[in-house]
Write a protein that binds this ligand. Sequence first.
Ligand SMILES: O=C(O)[C@H]1O[C@H](OP(=O)(O)OP(=O)(O)OC[C@H]2O[C@@H](n3ccc(=O)[nH]c3=O)[C@H](O)[C@@H]2O)[C@H](O)[C@@H](O)[C@H]1O
Length: 431
Amino acid sequence: MEKSPFHHHYHHHHLHHAQRLLLRYPLPKFVLLSLLLVVALFFFFHFSPLSSPAPSGDRRSLRSAAWGGSLWEKRVRSSARVKAGRRGASVLVTGAAGFVGSHVAAALKRRGDGVLGLDNFNDYYEPSLKRARQALLERAGVFVVEGDINDGALLRKLFDVVPFTHVLHLAAQAGVRYAMRNPSSYVHSNVAGLVSVLEAAKSASPHPAVVWASSSSVYGLNTKVPFSESDRTDRPASLYAATKKAGEEIAHVYNHIYGLSITGLRFFTVYGPWGRPDMAYFFFTRDILRGKAISIFEGPNHATVARDFTYIDDIVSGCLGALDTAEKSTGTGGKKRGPAQLRVFNLGNTSPVPVSDLVAILEKLLKKKADRKVVKMPRNGDVQFTHANISLAQRELGYHPTTDLQTGLKRFVKWYLDYYSSGGKKSSYSL
Ligand SMILES: O=C(O)[C@H]1O[C@H](OP(=O)(O)OP(=O)(O)OC[C@H]2O[C@@H](n3ccc(=O)[nH]c3=O)[C@H](O)[C@@H]2O)[C@H](O)[C@@H](O)[C@H]1O
């Protein structure tokens, strides 16, 4: 709507009037000075580094623990050093304070490899459990740097200090159902975070080989069982699954352009001592002990919901097999000299168990009946069953899972009672 000439004139007149007023009654000096001071203070606090959160890559940022400095570099170097007289690997383990990360980091160190951990110790589940795992790793000689995989400056620094031969990338936002409550965390950690790690790898000299955690959930709504690596993975049922599938596509790009050797591992519901409190086997144990009701999901017309539960020690052997058979990357400093290895493997147990059977095993081990509520599986991103065909991993990685659910849960319950009897601080249980 065209502004009327009156409108324009009206404003002009008012401005003129204000000027006349100011000139006629000059403001006392101190009023002017205090006005100037207020304005100056506003600009100072608004633009000063103290007020705006420093960019995450800035090690002086108040949020993440400081990193860098000569003492820090010395600790990084000695942690990542291969044991004398051994042609071992020097591995950067992201998510090293996590469940799978801490177990694999300890196993690598035990066999003499160099290991440097990285973890942001976020509070997706109680950080005290991550700190307890970190303490065990420190005692084993593994330094876990506190930092975020999205902190490019930190990753570049780590690769400057250590010529890593491998990256075992396990840092991720895990959990199928939580994706409906915090979707951005999955994009931040599983997509942006993976790109950040692959960017650091392709910029390093030499390029490390990368092994990273994908997920059984990429099989989504498939009904053909058992799942084989060549089956369709274009029907994810959760955002978690979609970010892991996206990761597999992103891996293909970094392999194609930069010649990075990349191996994706599709883990199948991993469980065991030092596990994740957000997973059913863990909180069912807690709730049975507390006499709290547990909800057991069931499929359409009372079909059972089942998982190919895989014990942590078998997963560790699968991860070591992937690292040991990973070919070198064919690039260096961002240039590729030839085609590089690109692989994906199922790491499962090939014996799916209904959730109700898992509960029955826990009741026996805990000598306590569960207060069961059988509920229809909610539309929460869960799938009705998973079942791994592991013949490819058996052939290529020498992967041979040996632990059945009864045996694995027995070890988990022993750890659980030990750890929480010490008030969730420590456990005589090693990783
Ligand atoms: O294979 C994977 O890649 C994933 O494995 C794991 O996901 P899930 O298989 O969903 O494990 P988990 O939550 O322990 O539920 C176990 C069973 O209990 C059922 N379940 C769950 C909760 C409940 O209250 N009741 C119930 O019956 C539930 O429907 C399910 O059938 C990892 O968390 C995930 O990060 C990813 O690694």
